[in-house]
Design a binder for this molecule. Structure first.
Ligand code: GLA
Length: 366
């Protein structure tokens, strides 16, 4: 198992994960014992999955303290929810701010956890200043140099500490065509993707480099991603994996669709990571507010859904190299704000009081 981890994650991250898992094996957890109402101690989620894949969570600098106990007890991999994105690191032309990203990486190291880097390029993290000079559109070559500088500096800063990077996030179109029509494509042309992977690889040759997207399991988009991977590889561009975001619902996608995508990517020899998992009670287009509280029936449905998904993940543990939840507990999920501001949602394994939900027990009790 350790050898496989070294191969997948690099020597340092593998050594950290091994030490952390050894501690979980001895103490049953990384933090203090959590009591269920029945008095039984809930297991560590990452401990239960130690032989399958690392379990991660997306964090913010403030949740490192507000959700400290859950994070240290249940997870062995961290992703910065927003603090490694371009607009956070470079909010203006004269400001560079790695403080949030540093706090996540330092915390991970102090607690023997791995870090996924997210994300070097994303169309929603494209600050206006990056594309302009003195009020008018900057020369594309200047923008390209800025991007190269950002990627090189960021990946080099965390070299050996961040084991994987989402190099391009959401760069493929949802329906027609091939590449998504973004400001990056418009400004730099299709070449920006290959360039970004090459720059990231040069800055840390040991980092695993991912293309990450939502709907990466939907057959049409899946095949466009496969086309991208094949084209990059034909050009000798280093790409090691596909990140399946996993913002799913109680009914979508069907497990068979997830299975087909995992197999398709694995057949290409790619690492597969589930990078942003949550199970919403609403479909994306549903803007109603039908669930003001979380009822027992709702919890049961969600638990059954999480269970079928994790059964599948366990079947493919030889190709899945990370499963990361998008947030720690329901109180800090982005789904309470997007797409409907202030609408409560309950997509994660821990409730607003940080208690394990039925979904937690459904995926740990097998
Ligand atoms: C996308 C991005 C994430 C996060 C979510 C939710 O999935 O990849 O970083 O911002 O949207 O907002």
């Amino acid at each position: 198992m350790i050898d496989a981890r070294v191969f997948r994650y690099g020597v340092k991250a593998a050594a950290r994960a091994a030490a952390t898992l050894a501690m979980i094996a001895v103490t049953g957890c990384l933090g203090g014992p959590a009591e269920r109402q029945s008095g039984a101690v809930a297991p560590s989620l990452a401990g239960v999955y130690a032989d399958f894949f690392p379990i991660g969570t997306a964090v913010q600098p403030r949740t490192l303290s507000s959700h400290n106990e859950l994070i240290t007890r249940h997870f062995t991999s961290l992703t910065a929810e927003n603090h490694m994105k371009l607009h956070t690191i470079r909010p203006t032309s004269s400001r560079v701010d790695y403080s949030g990203a540093d706090s996540v990486v330092d915390f991970a190291e102090a607690h023997g956890m791995m870090v996924r880097g997210h994300a070097l390029i994303w169309h929603e993290a494209a600050p206006n200043w990056f594309f302009h000079d003195s009020g008018s559109r900057a020369d594309p070559e200047i923008i390209r140099r800025r991007l190269q500088n950002h990627i090189t500096e960021t990946v080099a800063r965390y070299r050996g500490r961040v084991y994987a990077w989402d190099v391009v996030n959401e760069g493929i179109s949802d329906s027609a065509g091939f590449l998504r029509d973004t400001i990056w494509l418009e400004t730099l042309g299709p070449q920006y993707i290959a360039d970004a992977f090459r720059w990231a690889h040069a800055a840390d040759p040991d980092a695993r480099l991912f293309y990450n997207d939502y709907s990466a399991i939907e057959p049409g988009k899946r095949e466009r991603i496969v086309r991208l991977v094949n084209e990059l590889r034909a050009d000798g561009v280093p790409i090691h994996g596909v990140g399946i975001q996993g913002h799913w619902t109680l009914t979508w996608p069907p497990v068979s669709m997830i299975r087909d995508a995992i197999e398709r990517y694995a057949d290409l020899g790619l690492d597969v990571e589930i990078t942003e998992l949550d199970i919403s009670f609403y479909s994306w287009d549903d803007r109603t507010t039908r669930y003001p509280t979380l009822t027992d029936t709702m919890e049961q449905r969600q638990a059954a859904r999480y269970e079928e998904i994790f059964r599948l993940f366990r079947e493919y543990s030889d190709v899945i190299t990370n499963v990361t939840f998008w947030g720690v507990a329901d109180d800090v999920s982005w789904l309470n704000y997007i797409p409907v501001q202030g609408r409560p949602n309950y997509p994660l394994l821990f409730d607003r009081a940080h208690r394990e939900k039925q979904a937690f027990f459904a995926i740990t009790d097998f």
